[in-house]
Design a protein around this ligand. Sequence first.
Ligand code: APR
Length: 242
Amino acid sequence: MEDLKAAITAIHRERPLSTVVLTGAGVSADSGIPTFRGEGGLWRNYRPEDLATAAAFARDPLLVWEWYEWRRSIVREAKPNAAHLAIARIPNTLVVTQNVDGLHQRAGSKDIIELHGNLFRTRCVREETRRDALDAFGTLPPHCQCGALLRPDVVWFGELLPVGAFERAGRAVRAADLLLVIGTSGVVFPAAGLVSFHEGLSIEINPQLSAISSACTFAVAANAAEATPPIVEAIIDARTHR
Ligand code: APR
């Protein structure tokens, strides 16, 4: 893989001290979690407007919850893969993820911005209170103690990102020596716009060309679990042999 070798050579030359890792559904594909737009992707089989909008939830909260409970059951069975585990080893790193699966946390990453929320949290539609919800619900749709409906604490199409999340991510991407972009099609904004904030070395890992491949210094055409560990090895190595 020439592009991987070239990216590793650049890391050794530039010796990045700070890294931001921007991830999408592709980083969890090697854990058996379907992506959204790839082959067998969720949006190939379901219509986002039926399941991932506030209007869809108002129309049919049971349908929406049945779908989220199904996704939660898949993620509960899944394990962080070699890419998640390698990312958790990079010192002084911020993970900015579009994923709602919590696999970066489970892999040991500490500093994480969840731009699109988390499947294992709920939010009361009346009080806006958030609560962890790891286990499957007995009855659907679940309700808050106040009697109002609970919704998944995820960002649906047409909704704003969590307060301050994008701003903090943008500042970090601007300041970082290295930006790693792993497993995103780069078509959903504002997350995809973060790449344009970065001027230094950027490396994409994705088996397919994405909408942001041309904005990166290197586009490594590989699966996340395959290419991320050697890239992380190079980052750690370059730091120890300064
Ligand atoms: N390793 C790395 N990348 C992969 C792998 C893999 N094993 N398998 C697939 N990919 C790549 C695909 O080539 C594709 O470019 O991952 C990308 C997944 O793209 P999407 O399915 O569009 O997912 P993502 O970019 O995360 O979507 C953004 O859209 O539906 C909303 O809120 C949802 O957060 C999501 C957002």
